[in-house]
Design a protein around this ligand. Structure first.
Ligand code: ZN
Length: 444
């Protein structure tokens, strides 16, 4: 009898366990199905959004998700869609975060039974330090920031077009074309979505402007802290330009250096004339003259590239041109922490193809001191004085002692005639010129 009772209990226990299992399975099944087949079991909904943890941003994205989901369900619940069995709603995200700036892009793809489908993209850019959504204009400097930004983007797009053998009509770009951007350790990346403005392809076109190139147009607080740390090892003098306003200006430029002896003579004397100048250095000479290059830069002069081996670029094949430019930029960046933004092509020989291969401004000259020919300081001085005017760019070579003294003599005389001596950067600023990558500058 006792055993019988026990057996009964055992059977009951088994029934209870089986019941519980069945219930658990049903609950699991119902929950699972309800996630995927909401309301009418016609539609498959897949939402892949990982909240960022930033309240207002996540709230905004959730509102969007709910709105889009509801619109989708409403459309599949219509009587006309009664056969809707394979309708899908797929949502996923791309998130980038850098220095407190979040970039959230939401992609929504919808598929219907009649094989039709559509895609939508929403972008949110959020400054978590200021706790607000931002646009491009929030990160650009107020004064001509957009103009400079747009020029560099167009230049990079042309480079992209050359690299990828496609044509891009940048006339289709408007201010709204730049609203898809994110910041990363690499720089600022602009995305051109498929079938938007000039982008006829099915692919996203991404252009990244390295931080080094953004100084001129991105507000300091949005600049890369890593880059600022790197740069802070070299402190550079920057002078107040207000006293130069309305004055006659000359940009002296010195090519083919640096040279341990003659460049030093020049640097030792520039302060007498309150002069800052621009050096177009050869990559092949940089390593031997690191200290003088650093000194020239720290004292507020501009450092540009004159390529590595002084070859005529227009006679070279693309890979060699690229090497001539890149090797020089890398050497200079290694020493100064910044890449040069100006290039002076040897012999002034340049074309639009070479311009599209680099991301520097092309600077030539309109006053040639012909110092290499006369090799005489007085003649060099006279040649400069004879041709100089407001906005001139003067070509001298700081590898000859006579040239350096000739330039200094000219400065002495020009100073008395009311001229001031500025770098290319200072000249462009004072003349209110936003440098264009397509142009070659001979003077201002
Ligand atoms: Zn040269």
């Amino acid at each position: 009898m006792k055993y019988r009772i026990k057996t009964d209990n055992l059977i009951k226990l088994i029934i209870i366990i089986l019941g519980a299992c069945l219930l658990a399975f049903s609950v699991f099944f119902i929950i699972n199905v309800s996630v995927n087949h909401l309301t009418n079991e016609k539609s498959f909904i897949n939402i892949g959004y990982n909240p960022t943890g930033v309240k207002s941003l996540d709230k905004k994205v959730k509102q969007l998700i709910n709105k889009e989901k509801k619109a989708f369900l409403d459309s599949v619940n219509k009587p006309s869609n009664s056969s809707c069995e394979r309708c899908n709603f797929v949502l996923d995200e791309d998130i980038h975060k850098y220095q407190g700036i979040y970039y959230v892009q939401i992609h929504i793809s919808r598929f219907f039974d009649d094989d039709s489908s559509d895609k939508k993209t929403y972008t949110y850019i959020y400054d978590s330090k200021k706790d607000r959504f931002i646009t491009l204009s929030d990160i650009l400097v107020e004064d001509s920031g957009f103009e400079k930004f747009s020029l560099i983007i167009k230049h990079y797009l042309r480079k992209y077009a050359v690299d990828n053998k496609i044509t891009i009509d940048d006339k289709l770009l408007t201010e709204n074309s730049y609203n898809n951007y994110y910041l990363s350790s690499r720089g600022i990346t602009i995305l051109f979505l498929p079938h938007e403005s000039f982008n006829n392809s099915d692919n996203v076109i991404e252009i990244t402007i390295p931080w080094e190139k953004t100084n001129e147009f991105i507000k300091t607080k949005y600049q890369s802290k890593e880059l600022q740390l790197k740069k802070s090892s070299i402190t550079r003098m920057e002078r107040d330009l207000t006293s130069f306003n309305g004055q006659k200006l000359v940009a002296f430029t010195f090519d083919d250096g640096p040279n341990e002896k003659t460049t030093k003579i020049l640097l030792d004397n520039l302060s007498k004339y309150d002069a800052k100048v621009t050096f177009f250095v050869l990559g092949s000479r940089v390593d031997k003259n690191k200290e003088i290059l650093k000194r020239a830069y720290m004292e507020g002069n501009d450092i540009g590239s004159h390529t590595f081996n002084h070859k005529e670029l227009t006679t070279l094949k693309d890979p060699i041109i690229k090497k001539e430019i890149d090797d020089t930029n890398n050497k200079i960046e290694h020493i100064l922490g910044v890449e040069p933004i100006y290039i002076r092509p040897p012999y002034g020989s340049i074309n639009s193809h070479i311009k599209s291969m680099n991301t520097m401004h092309t600077i030539c000259w309109n006053v040639d001191s012909i110092d290499w020919k006369t090799k005489n300081r007085k003649k060099i001085k006279q040649e400069i004085i004879k041709n100089v005017r407001d906005g001139s760019i003067v070509l001298v070579h700081d590898i000859y002692e006579e040239s350096v003294y000739g330039a200094l003599l000219a400065m002495n005389e020009l100073k008395q005639k009311g001229y001031s001596f500025v770098t290319i950067t200072e000249m462009a600023k004072l003349k209110n010129i936003v440098l264009d990558y397509d142009k070659t500058y001979y003077g201002f």
